[in-house]
Design a protein around this ligand. Structure first.
Ligand code: PA5
Length: 435
């Protein structure tokens, strides 16, 4: 079980205030699970975890085997909820340099269509030169501009290399079961397709083919991941403050009510950065509406202690932190000795890097708490495929409960449309001239 420790928030909130929230949290949890709240037509994510492979998971595993055999590179096209989840899990499990030394048999994985940078496109184009590759196009609506442009360009590259027919067997579409331009294209062109259920929103879709196909291609055991999610679904249904979901959702709302309007979600693992990005979208898009919401920020320690550290320690006191911890890996790095000891490090000779990391964690925790920043710690235990599935479901649940405590609809994102409307008008998209 993921352990949420709130012993470093006292002083900023009081125990009676937390206990007084019991009814409110119970109500929010029931509203979510019983499907009686705002946005209840997007609760399909709660039914995604499974112990046995479904027919679609078997198809995903078989497509992944084919891609691993016939591709040096797999390009995953998508943005927002159709992108962050798989990248988060791959980087958390395999590190930010996961592509190093990979090729056919265990393809490199790159992401496209998550922005409009020509430099990024040029870099990807060069990278694909002389390589066998396949693509996954992920879009729930099937009409998002960034992935649509990347799809057009990468499809042209595939057709140039393999011919129109050859390209077809290297394109996988992940989209709505019936609606949207991508669904129509996939049906007409005869591409293999996987479904994002209509009742699952983008940022809650990582346990659908959106996450599962790229992860299976990356060599992640997706049934272990799904079992982890199922563990979470079963373990975190508890209706009391013994449930870490309750603790996290309640404490962050109490802190918010006490003026802590920004949360830094952080870890001491460089591979955690994109997971932080996934969390940022999950909480930011779910809670940031009606003039409310905790502003979600992510950080990587110890690196960011040398950039954000000053601000956290002595800047505006409107922040709290959630520090995510994992067990140390079995393979150790031991610090060596040096006869001259010019760097003065001999006092650490024979110590492991983990030992130093643990002290950095404890030192940071104490410093920030002393500086008036409440810190929640989240101990996730051993980092593996199953754990990542548990973390995804756990945080989705926390997000739903927390947003209902905040009294907002966790499952819509009307604000995302505003920039699109302006962009379409500026681009001269038919139908948007007068908007
Ligand atoms: O959470 C969301 O709904 C968004 O972030 C979407 O995932 C994102 O805008 C991409 O949309 P689509 O999958 O329709 O291309």
């Amino acid at each position: 079980m993921i352990k949420v420790d709130i012993s470093h928030v006292w002083g900023q909130i009081a125990l009676p205030d937390l206990l007084a929230m019991e009814k409110e949290v119970a109500q929010a949890h029931a509203t979510l699970v019983d499907g009686t709240g705002a946005g209840n037509d997007f609760l399909g994510w709660q039914n995604l975890p499974t112990r046995e492979p479904t027919e679609e998971i078997l198809r995903i595993q078989s497509a992944a085997r084919k891609i691993r055999n016939d591709s040096d590179v797999f390009v995953v096209i998508g943005i927002g909820g159709s992108y962050l989840g798989p990248r988060a899990a791959i980087e958390l499990l395999q590190g930010p340099n996961h592509n190093m030394g990979k090729g056919k048999g265990d393809p490199q994985i790159y992401f496209a269509g998550n922005g409009l940078s020509t430099r990024h496109w040029n870099e990807l184009s060069r990278l694909l030169e002389g390589k066998d590759f396949s693509i996954a196009i992920i879009s729930k609506s099937g009409t998002t501009t960034e992935p649509a442009i990347a799809t057009r360009a990468l499809r042209a590259k595939l057709e140039e290399k393999y011919g129109v027919e050859g390209a077809k067997s290297r394109i996988y579409a992940i989209t709505d079961p019936c609606k949207g331009a991508l669904r129509q294209m996939a049906n007409e062109e005869g591409w293999e397709t996987f479904v994002i259920p209509a009742n699952v929103g983008g940022r809650f879709s990582v346990l659908t083919p959106v996450g599962l196909l790229p992860l299976a291609v990356a060599g992640v055991d997706i049934m272990e991941l799904m079992n982890g999610a199922m563990d979470a679904k079963e373990s975190y249904d508890l209706r009391s403050f013994d449930n870490p979901v309750w603790l996290y959702a309640a404490v962050r709302n109490l802190l918010y009510r006490n003026g802590k309007s920004m949360e830094i979600f952080e870890s001491f693992e460089p591979g955690f950065k994109m997971f932080g990005g996934w969390w940022q979208q999950l909480f930011g898009e779910s809670e940031g509406k009606d003039g409310k919401g905790i502003f979600p920020v992510t950080a990587e320690f110890t690196a960011d202690l040398h950039s954000l550290g000053q601000m956290i320690q002595q800047g505006q006191r409107n922040i709290f932190e959630t520090m995510v911890r994992f067990d140390a890996p079995a393979e150790k790095m031991v610090i060596g000795g040096d006869e001259k000891n010019l760097d003065g490090l001999n006092y650490l000779e024979g110590r492991t890097l983990d030992f130093v990391d643990e002290k950095a964690f404890l030192g940071t925790l104490a410093a920030h708490v002393d500086g008036g920043v409440p810190v929640i710690t989240m101990d996730c235990g051993e980092l593996n495929d199953r754990k990542v599935g548990e973390m995804f479901y756990f945080l989705e649940l926390c997000c739903g409960v927390s947003a209902y405590i905040l009294d907002v609809n966790p499952f819509n994102q009307p604000g995302v449309e505003f920039y699109k409307r302006n962009m379409f008008k500026l681009l001269g998209k038919p139908g948007y001239e007068s908007k």
